[in-house]
Write a protein that binds this ligand. Structure first.
Ligand SMILES: [Zn+2]
Length: 844
């Protein structure tokens, strides 16, 4: 394990001239990098990884050098400090790891093709050219690119192309920027272009395997997002163009390379005529997220990776701010409550979780930093909390000043708080530190004690947790004026409850809007008061009741038995997000029942009761002019009816399948997955599965592919499961980027779990080799932990992963996931009988 020394201390680059010559056929490239900069020490180190260094010159003089693979270093003794021009020649291989410079594969009319693209975040620029690969080491770049070019190929980079000479593409010099944001790509591409009101060129690029109209949605969102941010940030977009490029192989969701944002195809391209609303919303927020980074992250960059949250939390909040402005009818902040909020509340309740701001001591830890639920979701919740505290005017003024002070440079969290604090006249940093530096979050208990309304805070845990006496500064957002704005102490006595209740004439509530990162445990009286009047509450408040109750039950502060009847109360809600929260609780109940037991049968009947009226109300087909809520609710209730094995639902899905069997992709996207899965489960055959798998291989529609994956992996047939698993390592069928979804789906299938679990244990080394250097790797462990819930699986999980606990980057994940499964197993063992009894009573 290499200790992390900052190479920027030794050498500070100012400008890079990059020349790359890429040979796709031979899968290799050669490079010549000239770096001008200032040596602060005579012995310097430059980052490089897996490059074969051929020569090093300083100011034209050849110099000896050594490479130090453990530190990703090229070490050079300059003999003196001061300004120097280094020229390094090298060669390297193109690998299929989706890092550095890498090929993306696809098929067009049966012919295999590739697009070359790049992925340099977090520290993979060093696999493409020698550099000081640290965010602080900003410099300008001039890229020259040569490759085995064919007529009609398109070449893209951060900046426009300046000229082509002797087959070399020269790009304009960039502004001052970090290495991890450098990008280029080439291949046969189609595009759609437009221009913003301020003159920024906007483009969407994709392979020609897609229909041209699949680029339209992204083009519109990208253009309007850039326009929105220019106005919101009061800072012009800093580059001449903003290209969005869909790459067939892509590990993360998308990457904010400055001026050349790269995306998974699923997160950029969509069929405008047949894509579910929630998928459109997802694509829109991903684009808005990456474009928020063009300022926050690219123009001003975190000084070091410990402030990664600065980039991600902020972009994660802004994607909602932007889309809410662009598409107000979507009420996108409600989606925040069903995606970011529960993700953060779940993960952050496990003891051992990282804080938002976290030290980085080892290179492998940089990737482990990308804990989505914390750095993205919890961080975004922190900023939503700040936004609620200071308001949009102060936020915008603060940001404008922040960009002006740090543009083309770096900043820390403290710099942001300072800028926002000055604009708002509040010490934002003081409030935020308790949230950013401490892991976890509090549960606030609201109780009436001897007539007094009393609030107390303590850390909330799901699973075993060690009380550390942590305290938070909690914005309480109560509907009772007597409650302090911020709870800073362990306990506060608000006053005489009877008087407060009478004066307010409504139930006592905290965290209205659910913008603060805490949950509330009301005592029985207070909770019943809220539940009695829940019908008059808005969507977010209703969702919050279900969400908090679920978390309290998982944290053993309440029994699941108490929640089951509450589900019935909300079952006919017309709010989509309430149904989302409701069916999340209902989904957890599946873990209390053994497959093919009476308890399972009762649970299915319970699902039928929950969903019956809504299925009748909504039907299978979208109605003309129906509300967004109805569109988004339909999938929850249909899924429930099918789980219930409701005969009418099974038959209806079968009829839809039969009607559309020659063009399954044309089934309405919002319900397609249920129709396909129903067919596989109840009317399936080997021939059908082969046919669906064939379509999976051939389709370029990411939503359809995801539906086929879900349907196929739900098969109860052991032979078919074995055949699917046999394809896990066949990249021509299942791309490595999509493998986790396949693995997850089969593992979640009771009939497939054993085979999937056997596969990952047998193929762990293959998996590590294929996706190991990647920020997605640890999430395979998270996926397993999200599903396992029996003592036997817990023991197997420990037996397999405990020996790997010292692996850099995996330690925290394994420790946490053992706690996650242990907590769940204990909960189920202790409450199973009572929960199943309650359900049996309800379905009698
Ligand atoms: Zn991001």
């Amino acid at each position: 394990m290499a200790e992390l020394t900052r190479f920027y201390q030794m050498f500070q680059p100012k400008h890079y001239d990059l020349f790359l010559n890429i040979d796709r056929k031979a899968k290799q490239f050669t490079g010549k990098t000239t770096i001008t900069g200032a040596a602060k020490e005579s012995q310097i180190a430059i980052h490089q990884k897996d490059l074969t260094i051929i020569s090093v010159q300083a100011n034209g003089q050849a110099l000896p050098f050594t490479t130090d693979p453990a530190a990703d270093a090229l070490r050079i003794d300059l003999q003196q400090t001061g300004n120097v021009e280094l020229t390094i020649t090298y060669k390297a291989a193109l690998t299929d790891t989706m890092m550095g410079i890498y090929p993306s594969y696809y098929e067009l009319n049966g012919v295999k093709k590739q697009i070359i693209g790049t992925q340099f975040e977090t520290n993979f620029a060093r696999q493409a050219f020698p550099c000081i690969d640290e965010p602080e080491a900003k410099a300008t770049f001039e890229l020259a690119l040569k490759f085995d070019e064919q007529p009609g190929e398109t070449v893209l980079s951060n900046m426009p192309e300046a000229r082509v000479e002797d087959g070399v593409h020269y790009f304009e010099k960039t502004v001052r920027m970090s290495t991890y944001l450098v990008a280029f790509a080439f291949g046969e591409l189609q595009s759609k272009l437009t221009t913003t009101e301020s003159g920024v060129k906007i483009g969407v690029f994709a392979t020609k395997a897609h229909q041209a109209n699949e680029l339209d949605f992204a083009l519109d969102i990208a253009k309007r997002s850039i326009e929105f941010y220019e106005e919101f940030y009061q800072t012009p977009y800093p580059l001449p163009h903003s290209w969005q490029l869909a790459l067939p192989d892509f590990s993360a969701g998308a990457m904010e390379n400055w001026g050349l944002v790269t995306y998974r195809e699923a997160y950029l391209l969509l069929d405008p005529a047949n894509t579910a609303l929630d998928m459109k919303q997802l694509v829109a927020t991903v684009i808005a997220h990456e474009l928020a980074h063009q300022w926050f992250g690219d123009l001003v960059t975190m000084k070091w990776w410990d402030d990664l949250w600065l980039n991600e939390s902020f972009a994660n909040m802004m994607e909602y701010v932007a889309i809410d402005a662009l598409e107000p009818n979507w009420r996108i902040w409600e989606s925040f409550q069903t995606s970011e909020a529960p993700a953060a509340l779940q993960r952050d309740a496990t003891d051992g979780v990282q804080s938002v701001h976290v030290q980085v001591n080892n290179p492998a830890e940089i990737d482990a930093l990308f804990d989505g639920a914390i750095v993205y979701a919890k961080g975004a919740r922190m900023l939503v909390m700040v936004r609620a505290l200071i308001g949009d005017d102060a936020l915008r003024t603060g940001l404008k000043n922040y960009f002006a002070a740090h543009q083309f440079g770096n900043a820390t969290g403290a710099d942001l708080w300072a800028a926002l604090g000055v604009a708002a006249g509040i010490d934002v940093g003081a409030i935020m530190n308790s949230w950013l530096e401490q892991p976890g979050y509090p549960v606030v208990t609201a109780a009436v004690e001897e007539g007094q309304l009393v609030l107390t805070q303590q850390q909330f845990f799901i699973g075993a947790g060690e009380e550390q006496g942590r305290n938070w500064q909690i914005p309480l957002n109560s509907n009772y004026a007597a409650v302090p704005a911020i709870l800073t102490t362990k306990k506060v006595v608000v006053g005489d409850y009877a008087k407060l209740r009478a004066a307010a004439a409504e139930p006592f509530r905290l965290n209205i809007g659910n913008n603060s990162h805490f949950i509330v445990k009301y005592d029985t009286t207070l909770l019943q008061d809220i539940l009695d009047q829940s019908a008059s509450l808005g969507a977010v408040s209703q969702l919050q009741i279900l969400q908090d109750l679920r978390l309290l039950a998982e944290g053993r502060l309440l029994s699941y038995v108490a929640i089951v009847p509450v589900l019935t109360q909300f079952a006919n809600s017309h709010f989509a997000i309430v149904n989302a929260a409701l069916y999340q609780v209902a989904g957890n109940l599946k873990k209390f029942v053994t497959p093919d037991s009476i308890a399972e049968q009762n649970l299915r009947t319970f699902y039928d009761k929950l969903s019956e009226a809504q299925v009748t109300r909504l039907g299978w087909n979208a109605k003309e002019n129906e509300t967004n809520d109805d569109q988004l609710t339909r999938p929850y209730v249909l899924r429930a009816a099918l789980y219930a094995r409701n005969q009418a639902a099974i038959e209806a899905a079968h009829v839809l399948f039969t009607k559309n069997k020659h063009q399954l992709v044309a089934l309405p996207a919002a319900i397609r997955v249920f129709v396909l899965a129903n067919e596989v489960k109840h009317f399936g055959s080997a021939a059908l599965c082969e046919q669906l798998l064939q379509q999976y291989r051939q389709s370029t529609d990411a939503s359809f592919k995801s539906d086929l994956c879900a349907a196929l992996s739900s098969t109860p047939d052991a032979n078919l499961i074995a055949q699917l698993i046999a394809r896990f390592e066949d990249a021509d069928t299942i791309k490595p980027q999509d493998l986790r979804a396949w693995f997850r789906n089969v593992l979640a299938n009771d009939d497939g779990q054993q085979a999937a679990w056997d596969w990952i244990r047998a193929e762990w080394q293959w998996l590590e080799k294929t996706v190991g250097g990647d920020m997605e790797f640890t999430t395979y462990i998270t996926v397993i932990a999200s599903i396992f819930h029996t003592p036997a699986r817990l023991a197997e999980f420990k037996a397999f992963f405990e020996p790997k606990i010292k692996t850099p980057g995996l330690t925290r994940e394994i420790q946490m996931d053992i706690k996650v499964i242990e907590g769940r197993v204990n909960l189920i063992e202790e409450e199973k009988a009572a929960v199943n009894d309650t359900i049996a009573q309800l379905v009698k």
